[in-house]
Every structure is written in C-alpha cells, then in structure tokens.
Design a protein around this ligand. Structure first.
Ligand code: HPA
Length: 275
C-alpha cells in the first residue's frame, strides 16, 4: 500500500474506532457556517485531534471535528473546520480529510466557502453556485505517486461540479426563495488577498469569484469518483472593485450575516438527496 493510502486508512480506522456511521453525503462548512452543525441530529462526533497525523486548522475560532448525523433522512458527515494551503500544510494534507470522507463511504461532497466577487452580478452577500473552477494558480493535490485504489493517474476534470447536483441546488434555492448566482471559482494560495491587477486577469479568464480553498478539495474528490457540488458566499467585492481595502473582519461579518439563507439552502439540498 502506498504512503498516502496508508495514511488515509489509518485515519479511517481511527474514525471507525469511534463510530460505524456511513455517510451518504459529506459537507465542508466554510466561514460563518459553523452554526449549520447545531441543526443536525448528531449520531457521533470525532475531533480531528483524535485522528493520528490529521491536519488541524491554525485559524483561531475554527472548530476541528467531524460530525456524523442526519439532515432529514440523509446520513451526512460534516466537516466543521478545514485546513488551507496557506497555513503551511502540503496539498496532500489539505485534501486528506476529503479522501477520508470518501473512504468512509460518502458519495456526494458539498463544499462551501467565502469568496471575493469578481463578476458584476456578485454583490457582497450573494451566493454563487460553482459551475467550474480554475486551479492553475495552486499546485495540484494529485502530484506525486498515484494511488490507483483512489483513482486514475490522469483523471478527467470535464465535469468537476456535478450537473445533477447543480440542478438540485438550483431547485433547493428556488424552494427556499434564496437567490443563487452561478460562476467559475478560481483558487489562489492566499493568505494575502489578491491585487487589482490579478483580479483583472481572473476576470479576463472568466472567473466569477476568488478564494483560498475548495477547488483542490473538489479535484481530490473527483479523482475518487465522488460527485461534487460547490457554493460560495461572496463576502466582498474582489480587490480593486469595491474601492476599499479588504479585511478578514468584513469577510466574517458578511459570512455570518448571510449564514441564515445559506444554511437554509444547504438543508433543503441535503434533505432532498435521494438514496
Ligand atoms: N479573495 C480571496 N479569498 C477570499 C476573498 C477574496 O476577496 N474573500 C473571502 N475569501
């Protein structure tokens, strides 16, 4: 067994010592969405610290744990807290939790994040369904020896964000009366925000929103054959578009303000998943 697979299996085993819960869907909670966890009927929780060699977030205020439970009748695994490349973790570390979720049985992965809005339709506070992504500006998490047990050496990325799940997200948004924009997400390394010149470049490349996570996780999940859905909360206009400096405080404030609508949409979406 390869080094990466070995490590994943060790993590899976550590989780399995605490619970035999098999999730159908996995959900990664981005900034401001921590409260979603309070609504779930929790069957088990596993702190990242109790999993050997598991990456733990260095960002203050990020709970680091898996919750296992039900959204309606749908069995879900929720990641409360994720790690980012800018924290100094390798891409292999960053996507490890996603691979563990896949090996625990998740078939569908829902990724959420806070992002800067590039396209003019994306005002601060809007939600954007990811239709595709650009990861060219961060290293691929699939670099290194390939684990055939996870997926192929040269995985196709034609439909990273499942058209089926996109359609379900649109329906869920409609049902909840929540406006849902759509666009392409570009991942940067962070931790610095972008420059106005970089944002002009991303706009020319067709990106709708920019952030520091998600696309690498989506890629690792697709490698394993999971179906992926991504939704960004646009917390600010990207650099140079809003005429003011960007701050983490503003990102948190807007993410918290939008979290009611965002949580409602996610709940509707997860609850409505067919077995
Ligand atoms: N850029 C990158 N990441 C972000 C932003 C941004 O403007 N806002 C929230 N996360």
């Amino acid at each position: 067994m390869g080094k990466v697979l070995d490590r994943i299996e060790q993590c899976v085993q550590a989780v399995r010592e605490k619970t035999d819960f098999v999730p159908q869907a996995a959900l990664v909670l981005g900034s401001g969405l921590g409260g979603f966890a309070d609504r779930i009927q929790v069957s088990a929780q596993v702190s990242y610290r109790d999993i050997p060699d598991f990456p733990v977030s260095t960002v203050p205020g990020h709970a680091g744990r898996f919750l296992f439970g039900y959204v309606g009748k749908t069995p879900v695994a929720v990641m409360q807290g994720r790690v980012h490349y800018y924290e100094g973790y390798s891409m292999e570390d960053v996507v490890l939790p996603i691979r563990v979720l896949g090996r625990l049985g998740a078939k569908e992965l829902f990724l959420t994040n806070a992002a800067g809005g590039i396209s003019p339709e994306l005002a601060s506070g809007s939600l954007m369904l990811l239709t595709d992504h650009i990861t060219t500006f961060v290293p691929s998490p699939l670099i290194g020896p390939n684990e055939e047990a996870l997926g192929p050496r040269f995985p196709d990325m034609t439909e990273v964000y499942s058209r089926r799940l996109q359609e379900l997200a649109r329906k869920a948004a409609k049902a909840k009366g929540v406006a849902l924009q759509e666009g392409v997400y570009v991942q940067c390394t962070g931790p610095n925000y972008e420059t106005p010149a970089e944002i002009r470049m991303f706009k020319a490349l067709g990106a709708g929103a920019v952030g520091m996570s998600t696309a690498c996780e989506a890629m690792a999940a697709r490698h394993m054959g999971l179906e992926v859905c991504g939704i960004s909360c646009v917390t600010n206009l990207a650099a140079g578009l809003g005429g003011k400096a960007l701050s983490h405080e503003e990102v948190q404030e807007i993410a918290t303000r939008v979290s009611g609508d965002f949580q409602g949409l996610l709940w509707e979406l997860l609850e409505g998943l067919e077995e």
